[in-house]
Write a protein that binds this ligand. Structure first.
Ligand SMILES: *Cc1c(COP(=O)(O)O)cnc(C)c1O
Length: 336
């Protein structure tokens, strides 16, 4: 895989830690649970978008851009990481936020990631749920060009083949860590949304013949649609890297049973997962992605899908800042 052929701005504090979770392992009584801390990627409170942005921002720089445009849901972690990196690189940033949940709480609309978007200096514009956000970004790009600016558009979640290279890097980094520890890993589990993270992981693990399966826990689409979007992006990513054909369709697996009523809408399982991880491991998950991803992992341990003796690695993709936008979902907390 020709990863070093691609320009990359080094932002990630890496390698991110790989840690054992003794109290979660004990509480669930099943497999040994490890966590890969991509919530600790560094800039702007961290998260998985940082690795993708290393390649995307290098491309923007090479193309002479002075302004970054991207989009996401109101509490988008991707938007917040993009603005932080744009600030550090001295670029302007236009953020388009779609209110996909329809929440009207002041905290949801203004706290958490939205506050940080503004603090890092972005121009933030709100759009109603259901807006064609790609079309909206194209309109903004034209407006900026007419003013003499040089915009660069990053797709939602930073999920194109170039962005997915960030998770090819992460896959190779994890394989290195597993080898150094002599750790035989049976499964990598993480929350999957716009597909770039899982596509990159699968290309990295399949392309290096690591034989470690990945399970994405869906947060939005149904299983068939989610697997197809991951697979299609994995195919493009493998082609970009010069290893076309590295990924078979059956290497892409998603479980979308933990979405609940829809994207960004809280579930009882998410609240339990976020609370358990905070109280047993002192680790903050997020309400939209890693909370639902961990809810899936917890349930799959309880059901015996993941078994005692196995070693499971949960990839923590970040996002805890969004908790401040979701305090209304954690009203019933009692002391331990
Ligand atoms: C974006 C995001 C994901 C999903 O990653 P994709 O590459 O979009 O599938 C998971 N967790 C968090 C915290 C995120 O912000």
């Amino acid at each position: 895989m020709k990863l070093t052929n691609f320009p990359r701005v080094r932002i990630t504090h890496g390698p991110t830690p790989l840690e054992f979770m003794p109290r979660m392992t004990e509480a669930l009584g099943g497999p040994n649970l490890y966590i890969k801390r991509d919530d600790c990627t560094g800039l702007g409170t961290g998260g998985n978008k940082t690795r993708k942005l290393e390649f995307l921002m290098a491309d923007a720089l090479e193309k002479g851009a002075d302004t970054i445009i991207t989009q996401g849901a109101t509490q988008s972690n991707h938007a917040r990481q993009t603005v932080a990196i744009a600030a550090r690189m001295g670029m302007k940033c236009e953020i388009l936020l779609e209110n996909r949940t329809g929440f009207t709480e002041d905290a949801y609309k203004h706290s958490g990631n939205v506050f940080l978007d503004q603090l890092y200096g972005a121009n933030v514009e709100e759009y109603p749920g259901g807006t064609d956000m790609n079309a909206a970004m194209a309109v903004v790009a034209e407006k900026l060009k007419a003013r003499g600016q040089k915009p660069y558009v990053i797709p939602g979640g930073g999920s194109n083949a170039l962005g997915a290279l960030g998770y090819v890097v992460c896959a190779l980094e994890m394989v290195d860590q597993f080898n150094n520890l002599g750790l035989r890993v049976d499964h990598v589990v993480h929350a999957t949304g716009s597909a770039g993270t899982q596509a990159g992981l699968v290309v990295g693990l399949e392309g290096s013949r690591s034989l470690i399966p990945v399970l994405g826990i869906g947060v939005r689409a149904a299983k068939a649609a989610q697997e197809l979007s991951v697979y299609n992006l994995a195919v493009k990513t493998a082609e970009l890297l010069g290893v076309a054909g590295a990924v078979e369709r059956d290497a892409v697996a998603a479980n979308c049973d933990y979405v609940g009523d829809g994207y960004g809408l809280p579930t009882a399982g998410m609240v339990e997962a976020v609370t358990m991880m905070a109280r047993l491991e002192g680790i903050l998950l997020d309400p939209v992605y890693s909370g639902k991803g961990m809810a899936g992992l917890i349930d799959l341990c309880r059901k015996g899908f993941f078994k005692k003796g196995q070693n499971i690695v949960f990839l923590h993709t970040g996002g805890a800042v969004a908790l401040y936008g979701y305090m209304h979902s954690f009203k019933d907390l009692k002391p331990t």
